[in-house]
Design a protein around this ligand. Sequence first.
Ligand code: PLP
Length: 457
Amino acid sequence: TGQAGEAFDTAELQRLDSAHYLHPFTDHGALRETGARVMVRGEGVYLWDSEGRRVIDGMSGLWCVNAGYGRSAIADAVHRQLLALPFYNSFFNTTNVPAVRLAAKLAGLAPPGFQHAFFTSSGSEANDTAVRMAWRYWQLMGQPQRQAIISRRNAYHGSTIAGASLGGMDAMHAQGALPLPGFHHIGQPSYAEHGRGMSEAEFGLAAARWLEDKILELGPERVAAFIGEPVQGAGGVVIPPATYWPEIQRICDRYGILLVADEVICGFGRLGAWFGCETMGMRPDLIAFAKGVTSGYVPLGGVLAGERVAAALIDKGGDFNHGFTYSGHPAACAAALANLRIMQDERLVERVAKETGPHLKARFGALAAHPLVGHAESIGMAAGLDLVRRKGATLHDGEPFARALAVGMLCRAHMFDNGVIMRAVGDRMIVAPPLSMNCAQIDEMIDRIRYCLDLTL
Ligand code: PLP
């Protein structure tokens, strides 16, 4: 159970792990050589492994433990709910108390116009649901030919077949018949990668117009929706210029296309507002969420439907033939309610906007002076830096990508060995710590990161 001081047989756990456990996104041959690190306990922003070593968690687990570890209020709420009613479905004209309360709670936290929630167990299922809702919407509106979905290269939207099709990760597409027909991709709004010769503002407009080009190529009457994260997370914390999303919005409005915000990472405070679309100037029709809604304590995701889609789904009638056994799972919804209460009581979102986010920006931004680092930028509690070989050059100035990947992996390994978790993504290193991390802990995290960058030099 990972009580403090409890002893674990790490070698035996690693042997069993290697013998029986298939991990997500893992090279098992390589893992067999190193053995997995066995994590056993968390408290606040710290984790402990089976050898008793402490690390500061710069990734909130996987962008999800927004309220931090060890929250007994969430555990107690789940415990109470499991004893009262561990499961009942919401299919056949039934409902359950935590699901009702959570849907109403989310309607209060979401941007204006979002009064309805559909629940799933993950972000991938949330995005599948958003696609099914978009298709159903256009059927109900008498335009069933609107089926094309446009997304962006380098995007991550999940690992189901639709999630991986929405995603723009070549490595995922290469391992199957992906993307599915009807899923199209435009470039990501990465100024460092594509913005040469333009101001940031000009580049934001130019990158948004790639969407218009794609819509015109496909035919506007065939396009159902455009999906994007307000700030691409797993793609490397790619922060678009301020002109990007308002122009995307204008284009979606012009052609009547649904805008889907994938808020699986950005939602629930990550960018300093409850939802990333508020920070980035988007007015989406659908919001996909997961992760931070429960701080990862119990799996839960979903889609918030804005007025336009909700009105069609509800008022035009007929079944929406979509749903999961665990849609609105009582224990997951109870965890979410307890988590959101903590976030509100501790004003975590406001703290990110006013205190911890600005502190992270100053401390993380200063890493740009390090010889291995090109740009270092952050927004709220998400930050990313480019690894470069020659100071002043970016990888896109001819630096070999494969080398950056190796440097990133080496750097990540140093971090893991030196008590901080940071993630390597292509030529970038990223952090997204719990929103409960305080300024002194941010300092500790950055000091450790700097030390590991030095070790990597
Ligand atoms: N969308 C985004 C933006 C994500 O970052 C992720 C996961 O990292 C997903 C969707 C998929 O969520 P899940 O892993 O819960 O299926």
